[in-house]
Design a protein around this ligand. Structure first.
Ligand SMILES: [Zn+2]
Length: 119
């Protein structure tokens, strides 16, 4: 009988275990550990990006800012176009809001006039 050394659950068909010298770990503990590692990697990458900016001269930061700003504008235009297309296909504001992670009201306020203009 294999019991996970971390959560003490028994292994079964849905939750298999891997056994090493003196320890056993189940699939759900592996998934949890993996999520922790992924989350900490994301944090590390964010920190690294901010650190990269610290090394850039002001002139490069300014031209980079211009580039990023234009990228954001393009992304914003595309976002409006995608929302407009979804609305044309009668996808609800509620569904769009859910995907954007905002309230239905916020999605409507943000996109309603812009999507009407693009019709
Ligand atoms: Zn476990």
């Amino acid at each position: 009988m294999n019991i996970c050394s971390f959560c003490f659950n028994r292994s079964d068909r849905e939750n298999r275990v891997i056994t090493g010298p003196g320890v056993t770990i189940c699939e759900s503990c592996i998934k949890e550990a993996s999520n922790i590692i992924i989350a900490s990697d994301v944090k590390r990458q964010e920190k690294t990006y901010a650190d990269q900016l610290k090394d850039l001269p002001v002139q490069e930061l300014l031209s980079g800012l211009e580039e990023i700003h234009s990228g954001v504008q393009i992304a914003q235009e595309r976002l409006v176009a995608w929302v407009a297309e979804l609305r044309k296909r009668d996808v609800s504001w509620a569904k769009i809001a859910e995907i954007l992670g905002v309230t239905r009201q916020t999605a409507w306020e943000k996109f309603a006039s812009a999507t009407r203009a693009s019709r």
